[in-house]
Ligand binder design. Structure first.
Ligand code: HEC
Ligand code: HEC
Ligand code: HEC
Ligand code: HEC
Ligand code: HEC
Ligand code: HEC
Ligand code: HEC
Ligand code: HEC
Ligand code: HEC
Ligand code: HEC
Length: 326
């Protein structure tokens, strides 16, 4: 009877999002639980899971998931069990000395299995979330680096938190740094995109849920990603500097650098990677190759070096800017 009412209930409530109950019960066998929902939903759960329990759950009532007026949310339907799956068996009082019957848990660990490993693999956990969140932003999830890296949605998201840290610019980097240690080091270098000051989020340049580019970039190409904030570098220029239009990272690192302006190297070495070391631009910091030179180091190559004269290194719109000097 319980089973029947559970099914009828779920079909009517989820008429608009049919995948959910199907996904939830499909994941159920992994934990060995029966596919029965409780009759009273959250009211049953919070008899045991209250604010005094080891993992306080009430904070979820302050989130977008707990908006009963919004028909799409869990709390307009199966409530806790929309995510955790059918919980009637689990909600029964356990015999003394016995553990609670299992229920779907998220993340790598489960309290109710002997070896503490979660028997619900990330893919099945994610299917529950994707049942409601398959829309636009997650279209690229399958086949993304994070999906093939076997991440769960909850590797980044906190559901039982009033404010999910990964959604806020200031707290997001810490979530990413758990796994991306090298980027933490990069963003602590002297010249950086101001991520550590809470002014830019990783997700302004990256699509954590997947994109068509190799590094999960927010736009179809690297340069387009940069132009979203540095539009003045897009041109069109009368006198283009070829590498700029091709790829900003020929000269810049995106995260952080020990050189000023996020450069990979300082001029003249930066420029001499491509420009012949013979002739005028040749010998770094000596005047020999320059007009009017002596053998003493040239003042022109100090400080800004090549950019003392070629200041329009990103391109020039001046009629006589062909040598990128104005
Ligand atoms: C009779 C008390 C009781 C009821 C009712 C109850 N639980 Fe539990 N639940 C427990 C206990 C005990 C644990 C063991 C872990 C712990 O100490 O927190 C647990 C653990 C869990 C876990 C973690 C499972 C794991 O493998 O780590 C989840 C998730 C959970 N409950 C959700 C629910 C939901 C959803 C409901 C309502 C459908 C519910 N519980 C109803 C007592 C209860
Ligand atoms: C939108 C999906 C969703 C809903 C709805 C939901 N939970 Fe959870 N629950 C999760 C996720 C994901 C986690 C893992 C921790 C986190 O993300 O905060 C979790 C963790 C838990 C845990 C801790 C398990 C552990 O490892 O100790 C308990 C207990 C729990 N939930 C009970 C409940 C109860 C009770 C309700 C209803 C009041 C509920 N959940 C509603 C997704 C949900
Ligand atoms: C029953 C459907 C349903 C399920 C299952 C579900 N969600 Fe949601 N979720 C929603 C709805 C509806 C919203 C509110 C969307 C809005 O306001 O535009 C939402 C909002 C969110 C948000 C944005 C919160 C915010 O403050 O902006 C995140 C992140 C999220 N869900 C992640 C998850 C994850 C991770 C899971 C799986 C553990 C999950 N959801 C399971 C329906 C669901
Ligand atoms: C690598 C970390 C990461 C993983 C894994 C991840 N997310 Fe997100 N998610 C984010 C970040 C960062 C944001 C905020 C910026 C944005 O919208 O891209 C976000 C935003 C969201 C939002 C709210 C905004 C929106 O796009 O509607 C939802 C819903 C959401 N994620 C669901 C999911 C689901 C479902 C999964 C699992 C399939 C998942 N996320 C996996 C990092 C992650
Ligand atoms: C739980 C660990 C984990 C978390 C948290 C995480 N990532 Fe990842 N990330 C991975 C794995 C695993 C890969 C795929 C393997 C690889 O290329 O390193 C990956 C790949 C990436 C890539 C693509 C790398 C490439 O070379 O194509 C980017 C970009 C990225 N993550 C950004 C983020 C951002 C931004 C966040 C925070 C919103 C984040 N990650 C959070 C584990 C994580
Ligand atoms: C200003 C834009 C921008 C911001 C902000 C940004 N990234 Fe990136 N990131 C890039 C670009 C562009 C690449 C690709 C570099 C390449 O292909 O040479 C990249 C590459 C990566 C990679 C792949 C490995 C690598 O280093 O090349 C990871 C992982 C990554 N970013 C993580 C992060 C994390 C984590 C954050 C936030 C703490 C972050 N990124 C913030 C632009 C950005
Ligand atoms: C989300 C907006 C945003 C995106 C996207 C972005 N930047 Fe930036 N960029 C900034 C901000 C903000 C600063 C800091 C400006 C300041 O400090 O005055 C900055 C500064 C810089 C600087 C100068 C750093 C210094 O120390 O003077 C360079 C170079 C740069 N960005 C290159 C890039 C490149 C290359 C890309 C593409 C991979 C890119 N930016 C994408 C916002 C962005
Ligand atoms: C040929 C090498 C090179 C390429 C390619 C390049 N830059 Fe630069 N960029 C520089 C140099 C050198 C500086 C330092 C300027 C100075 O010293 O006056 C700089 C400075 C900057 C600055 C900070 C000062 C300013 O002019 O606003 C930003 C922002 C910037 N670059 C963005 C970009 C973007 C976006 C791209 C790709 C569209 C790009 N750069 C491609 C060499 C390059
Ligand atoms: C990644 C390779 C690369 C780097 C690095 C590079 N350039 Fe260039 N540069 C080019 C190419 C390619 C052209 C176009 C040459 C042509 O059209 O014959 C060019 C053209 C120029 C021109 C115009 C030459 C002409 O004959 O019109 C100047 C001036 C110049 N670069 C200066 C610099 C300076 C200064 C730097 C360092 C800040 C620099 N370049 C770094 C590749 C590079
Ligand atoms: C004192 C000013 C000055 C400095 C410093 C300088 N240049 Fe030039 N550069 C010029 C002038 C003037 C021309 C135009 C010469 C001509 O038209 O014959 C030129 C032309 C060029 C050209 C075009 C090649 C050609 O033969 O027309 C390149 C490439 C170039 N410079 C690169 C560099 C690089 C790389 C550096 C740094 C190592 C550098 N310049 C430093 C003034 C300077």
């Amino acid at each position: 009877m319980l089973l029947l009412s559970g099914l009828v209930f779920s079909v009517t409530v989820f008429a608009e999002t049919p995948p959910v109950p199907a996904e939830a019960s499909a994941a159920a066998p992994a934990t060995g639980q029966a596919s029965e929902y409780t009759e009273k939903g959250a009211d049953t759960c919070i008899k045991c899971h209250d604010e005094d329990s080891e993992f306080p759950v009430f904070s979820i009532f302050k989130t977008k998931h707990a908006q009963p007026a919004d028909k799409r949310t869990p709390f307009a339907g199966l409530q806790c069990e929309a995510c955790h799956g059918p919980g009637a068996n689990h909600a029964k009082t356990a015999q003394p000395g016995q553990k609670q019957a299992p229920i779907i848990a998220f993340g790598p660990h489960s309290k109710l299995t002997a070896d503490k490993r979660n028997p619900v693999p990330p893919e099945e956990q994610n299917r529950i979330c994707l049942g409601c969140h398959r829309g636009d932003a997650r279209i690229g999830w399958n086949a993304s680096a994070h999906e093939s890296g076997n991440l769960a949605c909850v590797s980044c998201h906190k559901i039982h938190a009033e404010h999910d840290p990964v959604l806020a610019t200031s707290s997001q980097p810490e979530v990413c740094y758990q796994c991306h240690q090298k980027q933490r080091a990069d963003f602590n270098k002297p010249s950086v995109h101001p991520v550590r000051f809470g002014l830019i989020a990783c997700s302004e340049c990256h699509r954590p849920h997947g994109s068509n580019t190799s590094a999960l970039l927010a736009k179809p190409t690297l340069n387009q990603t940069c132009y979203t904030c540095h539009a003045e570098k897009r041109g069109p220029f009368l006198w283009e500097h070829a590498p700029v239009a091709e790829d900003c990272t020929l000269c810049h690192t995106p995260h952080g650098s020990v050189y000023p302006a996020l450069l990979k190297k300082n001029p003249p070495l930066l420029c001499q990677q491509c420009h012949s070391p013979a002739g005028h631009p040749s010998i770094a910091r000596t005047a020999d190759g320059l007009p009017g030179g002596t053998s003493a180091p040239s003042g022109f190559l100090l400080a800004g070096s090549c950019t003392n004269c070629h200041s329009q290194v990103h391109g020039s719109n001046h009629p006589s800017g062909v040598k990128l000097m104005r």
